[in-house]
Design a protein around this ligand. Sequence first.
Ligand code: TNX
Length: 760
Amino acid sequence: MRKIIAISALFLALVFSGCNSGTPADPNVRIVPKSQSLTVKPGSFKIKNGTPVVYCSNDLQADAGYLAGSFKQLTGLELPVRTQESANAIILKLNEQIETPEGYTLKSDDQRVVIEAKTSDGIFYGIQSLLQLLPSQVKGPVRIPAVEIVDQPRYSWRGLHLDVCRHFFPVEFVEKLIDGMAMHKMNTFHWHLTDDQGWRIEIKKYPKLTEIGAWRPETKVGHMSDYPHKYDGQKYGGFYTQEQIREVVKYAQERHITIVPEIEMPGHAQAAVAAYPELSCFADSTLKPWTLWGVSENVFCAGKEETFRFIEDVLTEVCDLFPGGYVHVGGDECPKSHWQKCPLCQKRIKAERLKNEHELQSYFIQRVEHLLAARGKKLIGWDEILEGGLAENAAVMSWRGEEGGIEAASMGHNVVMTPGNWCYFDNYQSNYDNEPVAIGGLTPMEEVYGYEPTPAKLPDDKKELVMGAQANVWTEYMASEDHVEYMIFPRLSALSEVLWTNPEHKDYSDFTERMNKHYLRLTKAGLNFRVPVPEEMPGIQIFGQEDVEISLSCEASTAQIRYTTDGSEPGPGSPLYSAPIKVNLKNDITLKAATFLRDGTRSKTQTSLLKFRNFVPTDKPSLEPGLKYTVFTGPFRSFTEVGGTEKSTGTTLSVRIPEAARDTMSGWKLEGYLKIEKEGTYQFELTSACGSGMFIGDELVINNDGFSYGNTRTGNVFLKPGLYPVRINYFDTMYGCWLELKYKGPGIELTPVPEDKLFQ
Ligand code: TNX
């Protein structure tokens, strides 16, 4: 009996304990981003038609309305909004005692739910937590578990950026994303409104910005490296009227989100100078908004006063539209080629006693900072604004790694961290084959989750200058709304926790456990997202025996994995994975697997080609170090095409293209022998820009074909000790040779294949 009591006490302690170190047993209590402190108590509060939402201060009327509206949408319940306190109500109250401006407390018991905060921001975040306490799929009356939450964000800048220039997205979509941000307690929307490929904001004084600058004649098809370039022949564009902008600003305000507009200068300005050619160094009236991706040389002229009058006029209208404190002025990737040749820019350099074109850019930004300051706004720009001297009060957005942010903060400036590795949501989410074409790079959800925005290197007294971080969504390769959502979610869920939750409460496996419920919320919100796929599926797996067992797993623990072995697409009726799959490989088998969430939402399919091959080592006698390479004249569109006219040959000691053999528009073959010391399964990882393939003998082991910027593919092979003939075919159209081969195997951690294992 004593034992039973002890066990039940332990059970109760687990169920009702705070969740700082873990997530409560109650499956409904799954909050993302995780609250700083949450205790589950006995009991629950029933919410039904007529349960009032009471607000105790006029400032909270809109939030009360938002809460009632959200309940209606999620549960169908009608909750009246009132001002007089009553029993059995949801109560929203300002409380001066709560210290942090965005913090809140949420207490629910059998009688009521009370959300308190110092400001309406905090109340709004309390409302978001309350909505997440709802069961995932309900219509009608609901029970909210009794809890006590004490919560506040770690950072004040919790941002999402959207590029609407490379592809344009309508107001309704922007508002949908703002809702997606709100449910994650994100508070800053960075709206990238102008770029080389399109100007997207109406400016009354300069109508040609949108008449001409918002429309490009056509758009490049496929990846940037897809050569020869093909264009779709379709006029493309769009812009927001000032009225629409005001609508979005208001919509965001109601969700406690500040919009930071970005007007790019002095670079990324081709669309603007196509509309007003006199604003560039060398006016070209035939110039159109750009149809390619990358960095255009058509920038604003820094020598003409006219440019600064234009910028002043534009920013005057922009400041008027956006009530937030910051205006983003770009400042990134401004080629100096025109400035070097422009007499007016050179005259300015002399007159202002500037050293070079970098200082001219700095002069440009400093003038703009004064324009903004006169309108009560602060300037923020990409980290290039550090080059040539940082404007006095400017904040810096660090994107080329963390260094810019560290430098700016060390000098006493505010910074927002957006380094590519963790914050670029235009990067791939996985190495699997069926991700939609992306710019390149790899930023899986787990990596985002692991990001620490405050660099350890920063002196302690400068750490508070890190205002937070932000995900950047550049849309060169995202033409549809669905695709943008796919790239943002669920990585934004991970980033929201980086920005909200103190590191001591963070834990990736706890996060993925909570995501099981959160995925259902994303579906309910009508958002497309990347459903985690079954893991550990190299594209090709070559076994040393005919009968094998394949294990599958998935990060979403409550999801089902379904699979097929006949090459067909797995559907809801396909076999359910429950234990390792037994297959016989007399014939090669294509295994396909997909994840199905509880509401039926399906992941993309993972495919793996399974083979049995008995590789026999060669007994070649004399051996020299390194692989033989041959360079072929391209361009090629696939590694399978590499061949034909030989340009040169030589030896490379490792799997890379040596300096002497580097070229664009070429193909390469690397051939020789790989020495294997121990019997076992080896996993090879081939990375390249553009495509590559690896063979053992004539057998394809890795297929990493296509136009890409550093994609990686894997292949597993069972090998006995000995020497094996290997060949790598590779082609490149623009990046100048990026080829790497790593492996892991018995007793070998993942490492570049070492030189002493390669022979010819
Ligand atoms: C660099 S990030 C850019 C953008 C591109 C992006 C693609 C930054 C400040 N500039 O213009 O869209 O890379 O990842």
